[in-house]
Design a protein around this ligand. Structure first.
Ligand code: HEC
Length: 104
């Protein structure tokens, strides 16, 4: 009985650290990012963060905000509604939401 009680939280932890995204999605997102986003947001998301949003700081718990901003544009960022499919935006989220794969 004691063994069962101990096993449950451990299993939960293993699940939480298993990674939210598929490595293949992150890699597809990395390539897509460098085709359509890096010219403004910087190679590997590195920029001064003064006039262009620093994507390394984007809150990883706000996927809907990400999807909304990329789809409709925001401020000086154009809308990507015509340029990208929802699947392409989803792999971009895998890349950015995992901090480039570092926090997956
Ligand atoms: C033409 C330059 C440009 C390109 C290309 C660009 N962005 Fe942006 N992006 C910006 C600017 C400028 C902002 C800051 C907008 C603001 O808050 O006024 C921004 C902000 C953002 C934000 C934060 C939005 C928020 O909710 O605060 C996200 C996420 C983002 N960009 C993702 C992307 C992704 C993903 C791509 C590639 C598909 C991309 N951007 C391409 C210029 C660009």
């Amino acid at each position: 009985m004691a063994g069962l009680l101990l096993a449950l939280p451990v299993a939960g932890l293993a699940q939480a650290t298993a990674g939210k995204f598929e490595p293949a999605q992150i890699e597809a997102g990395r390539a897509q990012f460098h085709r359509t986003c890096a010219q403004c947001h910087g190679r590997n998301m590195i920029n001064a963060g003064t006039t262009v949003y620093d994507l390394r700081k984007f809150p990883v718990d706000q996927p809907e905000r990400f999807q909304h901003s990329v789809t409709n544009g925001k401020g000086n960022m154009p809308s990507f509604k015509e340029a990208l499919t929802p699947e392409q935006i989803a792999v971009l989220w895998a890349y950015i939401g995992s901090r480039g794969g570092k926090e997956n």
